[in-house]
Ligand binder design. Structure first.
Ligand code: NAP
Ligand code: HSE
Length: 436
């Protein structure tokens, strides 16, 4: 049988890693796929830049649409990132009858509904394992292996850059900007690292996982998003003293027919498995009614782990080239005509315990004011601790851990505390996650 010709759009961290992996393990991959797979074409922005993979046998262009429409290309790998140009490229590839593999979670989370519809109409596949949690095969597991389960909830460390930053702060106490620069140099961060530290990237991934878990159309706007930018080293230290690690989690829960979708930092008890997922590693904890608790763990970013997911998808696509489109695994696990919206639970209505860090004047009566404000809003205190004495401005951090309380009450209390004359900075608020 003739080889499958692959066109790659983007030869950056993931694209170069993928070309390299296909070359290195080509013989074994061909035995699995049943066909030889060769990269014949690639698109990059800068044709003169040195590449981290061999490109001698690849026709290079700086126009993604050339790859998407090229008659000699059978499968397109969209590994450039971004939304609009990537959308154009994927849509053009589908129009030209090509299956697509992508690592682009922003694209799938925001434009996936239209693209899947276009692909299904044309009897084509868009595969996107690499879009969520790097090398961890979580899409395949949720879509296929857990197909018999009702998914009660999932919680995951979905962004390698955030986890890398939080881990480095915990272990080495380096400053935030220096660690982010290191994550960028290691190829973990998005082109705009705000997507990582602002929680947007994790929200893209959670959007995809939630659709697959609950059979809902993709809806990025349904996710409540918070990043890690407001956290300081002292929060990591205080959380540690209280018996917790701070992790940036994506959480999806179905409760009484309502969906709760959120991405934010959480305090997780140190003896939980998720609390011990360090560096660029990701993990996704899934609770299914039949399987119970399941934890998937692996590298969440980086050239080779992500290439592993891209090539896995590519082999799947090659295997299905001759199969009846109607018998393929649906893009979002559920048959397209059986997708259904579920009502959302707004963040203000969830209940959980909180860590609060206040910056207040070290004066008599301040803690009394704070505890009154919390009490008036039915927020019960589990731990309260003043960290040392007033600094040169007379200010001192006070850390509070609450019992479970309504989000709206906690938010209202934080606002009221911030208006106290003795309060000198916004209240830093981190939810406690029990993973139950
Ligand atoms: P990257 O290193 O910035 O690479 C992007 C590549 O796309 C570069 O080769 C760039 O060309 C090319 N490109 C960008 N715009 C182009 C245009 N208009 N025309 C032609 N080529 C263009 O990005 P990456 O880290 O590999 O990420 C790629 C995708 O994978 C993104 O969707 C990202 O979210 C996703 N992803 C990344 C990781 C990771 O660990 N990095 C993990 C999972 C998923 P030049 O090299 O010439 O600039
Ligand atoms: N920037 C992403 C991360 C890449 O740090 O997790 C993997 O999706």
């Amino acid at each position: 049988m003739r080889p499958v010709n692959v066109g790659v759009i983007g030869l950056g961290t993931v694209g170069a890693g993928t070309v390299d992996l296909l070359a290195r393990n080509g013989a074994e991959i061909a035995r699995r796929a049943g066909r030889d797979i060769r990269v014949t074409h690639a698109a990059v922005r800068d044709l003169n830049r040195a590449r981290d993979c061999a490109i001698a046998d690849i026709h290079l262009t700086n126009d993604p649409s050339v790859i998407a429409a090229h008659p000699d290309v059978d499968v397109v790998l969209e590994l450039m990132g971004g939304e609009d140009t990537a959308y154009e490229a994927v849509s053009t590839a589908l129009l030209n009858g090509k299956h697509v593999v992508t690592a682009n979670k922003a694209l799938i989370a925001t434009r996936g509904n239209e693209l899947f519809e276009q692909a299904s109409r044309a009897g084509l596949v868009i595969a996107f394992e690499a879009a969520v949690a790097g090398g961890i095969p979580v899409i395949k597991v949720m879509r296929e292996s857990l197909a018999g389960n009702r998914i009660d909830g999932l919680a995951g460390i979905l962004n390698g850059t955030c986890n890398f930053i939080l881990t480095q702060i915990h272990e080495r106490g380096m400053d935030y900007d220096a660690i982010l620069t290191e994550a960028q140099q290691l190829g973990y961060a998005e082109a705009d690292p705000f997507f990582d530290v602002g929680g947007v990237d994790a929200a893209h991934k959670l959007t995809i996982l939630a659709s697959i878990a609950y059979g809902t159309p993709l809806d990025f706007s349904a996710v409540h998003i918070e990043g890690i930018e407001h956290l300081r080293q002292q929060d990591v230290i205080y959380a540690d003293e209280l018996g917790y690690r701070i992790k940036h989690l994506g959480i999806a829960r179905s409760d009484s027919g309502h969906l709760d979708l959120r991405v934010h930092p959480c305090l997780v008890e140190k003896d939980q498995l998720l609390a011990n997922v360090s560096g660029v590693m990701n993990a996704v904890h899934i609770h299914g009614d039949a399987v119970g608790d399941t934890l998937l763990y692996g590298a969440g970013a980086g050239a080779q782990p992500t290439a592993s997911a891209v090539v896995g998808d590519l082999v799947d696509v090659v295997r299905t080239l001759t199969s009846d489109p109607g018998n393929r695994v649906p893009h979002l696990a559920f048959q397209p005509h059986r997708l259904a919206q579920l009502p959302l639970r707004p963040i203000s209505e969830i209940s959980c315990a909180h860590y609060l860090r206040l910056t207040v004047r070290d004066e008599p009566g301040v803690l009394a004011d704070v505890t009154r404000i919390l009490g008036e809003r039915r927020v019960s205190i589990r731990v309260i601790s003043q960290k040392g004495f007033g600094d040169e401005h007379g200010l001192v951090p006070v850390v509070i851990v609450t019992h479970e309380a309504r989000e709206a009450d906690i938010a209202d209390a934080a606002r009221a505390i911030e208006t106290l004359e003795t309060s000198a900075a916004p209240v830093v608020r981190v939810r406690l996650e029990t993973l139950s």
